[in-house]
Design a protein around this ligand. Structure first.
Ligand code: AMP
Ligand code: MG
Length: 499
């Protein structure tokens, strides 16, 4: 059972942005021991990691943050970030560590990192720890998003440390999440270089960070002249983020804390903290305990991302030295282009959700766009369940009935029928079912699964994980996983940042 081989290319490329890491978790008391709560065997195999190494004592020691993998160079990463609009010049991995990169058979590298791995120089007042509930929450969300085809970091394992952490006035089981990401480079990584690094180092570190980022995420940009790369990268990230947010919005995912340090350059969903899933559709939905102004409410996500990308643009302009007026104009135009890219990606998804395939009469705008907008207005007015509605629409179409909320709006229903005119309704319904999930991470199911897991019963967690890992296929016995929460649950639901 060979151990994986980890490189330290990030640490070698930008050592100024890293701090060497050694295990820092407090020693366990007599009789306490670390153990796996979950291991993602499928992901391990996919990544070329021997599941037997993971399962064995050496894997547990490394992924449980007790030992350094021989030959690896783990580091805590520095980054800055705009949090709720205000700039924090130095955040960094206060409870995380980058173990290294893992080469992939299909080319490229992924990061292997830990979260909840103990204090680092970036911990400030925090304990560097994580509690089991939030670790399992991040595990579930990574799996659910991936199964939906939405770019996301994923968990390789969750380890129970054997000791307890203090959270919200009580002791909770401590845990470490082993996390795989395309990279952990964030908008905040560029911001720390542009705004926080001493001027003497800035240009050199910026160049190396830019080159490394292009190598990781957009190698084709290295064919461009060096002076063109910052704006080419900006364009690349604008497109990746527009597609990502369009996917979130099409399934009802609410990230909850879209600070620039939680916005990955890779275009993957990063850092599942106070996230939630919409049930009754409404754009003002906000669940996070600290988002008192609703800055990161559901409907604001497509506006927040371009705001974050404007901060990315500023960092790219400042990092490279004196930007010209033309470069500043170009950056502004690229960020402004988010809206059209988002709208395109979102409309494409929403059309597919309504079965509007190319060739049908209603696939073109303005018909398609108006159908989608009016449908969402109906959902909001009726407080209809977003996930369930799209499946119910397909079922109504098949049966020729009008039972779900939008189907009862006869004018809308008729317009949709006209848009589909000439199509085989069974084929349309099948197409819709292939893109509209039955099983998503409904908040009450997540809370129920985590409470049971913390109490020692992993059954509900495993069943929920199984349901959302194959979200489009109806399976008998999983009926309650497709049902909205009991009345009042989602309205009263509150989510928290901390792990
Ligand atoms: P996040 O909630 O992921 O956006 O984290 C924001 C910042 O707070 C990051 O710099 C984290 O490393 C830091 N942080 C969050 N929780 C802890 C903790 N328990 N100990 C130390 N740092 C933390
Ligand atoms: Mg974060």
């Amino acid at each position: 059972m060979p151990a994986p081989t980890l490189t330290a290319r990030y640490a070698e490329a930008v050592p100024e942005l890293t701090s060497a890491w050694q295990p820092t978790l407090p020693p366990l008391a007599e009789g306490q021991r670390a153990e796996y709560v979950v291991v993602n065997d499928g992901l391990a195999s996919h990544l070329g990691i021997d599941p037997e190494w993971v399962q064995g004592e050496p894997g547990l020691a490394v992924l449980g943050a007790r030992e350094v993998l021989p030959g690896s160079t783990p580091v805590a990463q520095a980054y800055a970030g705009h949090q709720f609009g205000g700039f924090s010049p130095l955040l960094g991995d206060g409870r995380a560590v980058l173990l290294g990169e893992l080469a992939q058979a299909e080319g490229g590298n992924v990061d292997l990192a830990l979260k909840g791995s103990g204090r680092t120089p970036f911990s400030r007042g925090g304990d560097g720890r994580a509690a089991l509930g939030p670790v399992l929450r991040e595990y579930l969300f990574g799996e659910a998003m991936t199964a939906l085809g939405i770019p996301s970091t994923r968990a390789l394992a969750a380890v129970r440390t054997g000791d307890a952490v203090f959270r919200d006035g009580v002791m909770a089981p401590g845990a470490v999440l082993a996390r795989v990401a395309a990279s952990h480079i964030r908008i905040g990584t560029f911001e720390v270089v542009a705004h926080s690094l001493v001027p003497r180092l800035r240009a050199s570190v910026f160049d190396r960070l830019l080159t490394h980022t292009c190598e990781r995420h957009a190698p084709h940009l290295l064919e461009r002249a060096p002076g063109e790369r910052p704006m080419a990268l900006l364009e690349h990230v604008v497109e990746a983020q527009a597609r990502l947010v369009a996917q979130w919005m099409s399934v009802g995912f609410l990230h909850g804390v879209l600070n620039t340090d939680n916005t990955a350059i890779s275009g993957q969903t990063l850092d599942y903290g106070p996230c939630a899933w919409l049930e009754d559709y409404h754009e003002g939905a906000v669940f996070s305990s600290i988002d008192t102004e609703g800055r990161y409410r559901f409907g604001a996500q497509p506006q927040v991302l371009p705001w974050n990308l404007a901060r990315f643009a500023e960092a790219l302009l400042a990092g490279g030295g004196q930007a010209t007026a033309e470069q500043a104009d170009e950056a502004r135009d690229l960020v402004a282009g988010f809206a059209a890219r988002y709208r395109f990606a979102w409309t494409e998804r929403m059309r597919a959700k309504l079965g509007l395939a190319p060739g049908l009469p209603g696939v073109q705008d303005p018909t398609a766009a108006a159908l989608v907008d009016d449908l969402l207005a109906i959902l909001a007015a009726e407080r209809a369940d977003m996930t369930g509605t799209f499946r119910a629409l397909a079922a109504d179409l098949r049966a020729g009935t009008a039972s779900c909320a939008p189907a009862r709006h006869t004018r809308w229903w008729q317009r949709w029928q006209d848009a589909l005119a000439g199509a085989d309704v069974r084929a349309v319904a099948a197409r819709m079912d292939a893109v509209n999930p039955v099983y998503v991470l409904r908040n009450h199911l997540v809370e129920e699964a985590l409470a049971a897991a913390v109490g020692g019963d992993l059954g509900p967690f495993e069943r929920l994980r199984g349901a959302v890992s194959s979200p489009y296929v109806v399976r008998p016995g999983l009926e309650r996983y497709a049902e909205p929460a009991p009345p009042g649950f989602t309205q009263a639901h509150v989510t928290y940042c901390g792990t």
